[in-house]
Write a protein that binds this ligand. Structure first.
Ligand code: ADP
Ligand code: MG
Length: 326
């Protein structure tokens, strides 16, 4: 039961009913007690939910178009990391007040990204309360093609998509904790865009399905997220820090700052995956400039980096080292 009035409810209907592309596998979308969906035979349904809360996940002054984009993007990113094809989503909105202009912009950002990924909004809930956005996504993947965190194999290359640390740099710029003298206005705009409008890597995720071994999307920083793969697969990892992919804006920061942001900063929504060397090479040819090998899966558990003389060091010590630079 929603707490909005009848007029408000019809306006919400206006914003959310025809927002997203209609799909053949939706028998009944928004408007009834439940949506009725027709899943593909022989496919698993991949399900994931993520919530964004004002003051925790975004600033109160964020552009609502970007917020609509990001609320769906972070969920699409989970489908990408599973190798799943997006299909449907539901939207639970808690709004402090009924702001028609805000809703128009929010739904705009949401709808544009939904169209790009052919994912249909099939239901939701609208309540009054602190600004909170929950989206649950559903996708399809054949069980044997899904990208489990537990599937990394010794000898696999560890790869990442895109560039790392941009979103974390933007957050520090906004908080005033990052020296920005070396950055141009354009660099800063680029970094803020990466924070507010992340690009979910669904095309690459689909290409990884059935080809790569383990995958995860990087939402909490490379070290934390890669650690999930290593723990689930009962293996270790060794990184070459000189291979971390940086945007041209990040390359203007001191190298230790850039590395620290890439390793421990969040919100990148790039993919980290492991694959046999020949598969990794095939994938990087398929997506030129978008896939970077950064290390290798090893038998010894733990996460290490290799220095120029080939010596392995556990990450605990380098993290402590980074604190001095911060
Ligand atoms: P109920 O009282 O049965 O929970 P609601 O009044 O919450 O029903 O919702 C009525 C219909 O509108 C449902 O089909 C629901 O899925 C849809 N709906 C409500 N809020 C949203 C929203 N934010 N986005 C999409 N659909 C919504
Ligand atoms: Mg309801």
């Amino acid at each position: 039961m929603s707490v909005t009035s009848a007029t408000e409810f019809s306006l919400i209907n206006q914003f959310f009913t025809d927002l997203t592309p209609p799909r053949d596998d939706v028998f009944l979308g928004t408007g009834d007690d439940c949506a009725l969906l027709n899943p593909s035979p022989n496919q698993m349904i991949a399900v994931s939910i993520d919530t964004l809360i004002e003051g925790v996940h975004f600033f109160a002054d964020v552009n609502p178009i970007h917020l609509g984009h990001k609320a769906l993007a972070v969920n699409l990113s989970d489908l990408a990391a599973m190798g799943a094809t997006p299909a449907w989503f539901t939207l639970a909105l808690s709004l402090p007040k009924f702001d028609q202009a805000w809703l128009a912009e929010f739904s705009n950002g949401l709808g544009l990204l939904a169209k790009q990924h052919n994912i249909q909004l099939v239901g939701g809930d609208t309540t009054r309360g602190p600004l909170t956005i929950s989206i649950q996504v559903h996708g399809h993947v054949a069980a044997e093609k899904s990208l489990l965190r537990s599937a990394a194999k010794v000898g696999d290359w560890i790869c990442v998509t895109g560039t790392l640390g941009d979103a974390a740099a933007a957050l520090q710029l906004k908080l005033g904790t990052l020296q920005a003298d070396t950055l141009t206005e354009a660099d800063m705009a680029f970094l803020i865009d990466r924070l507010e409008k992340p690009t979910p890597r669904n095309t690459i995720g689909l290409a990884l399905a059935g080809e790569a071994h383990a995958a995860i999307d990087i939402s909490d920083g490379l070290l934390a997220d890669l650690q999930h793969i290593l723990a689930a697969s009962d293996v270790g990892g060794c990184l070459d820090l000189t291979k971390l992919p940086f945007s041209s804006a990040m390359q203007k920061l001191p190298v230790h700052t850039a590395q620290n942001l890439a390793l421990t900063g969040g919100d990148d929504y790039e993919l980290c995956f492991t694959a046999a060397a020949e598969t990794a090479l095939m994938l990087s040819e398929q997506f030129p400039g978008m896939i970077q090998p950064i290390g290798e899966i090893i038998e010894q558990t733990g996460l290490f980096y290799q220095n120029t003389t080939g010596e392995k060091t556990a990450f605990e010590s380098i993290k402590a080292g980074y604190d001095h630079f911060a």
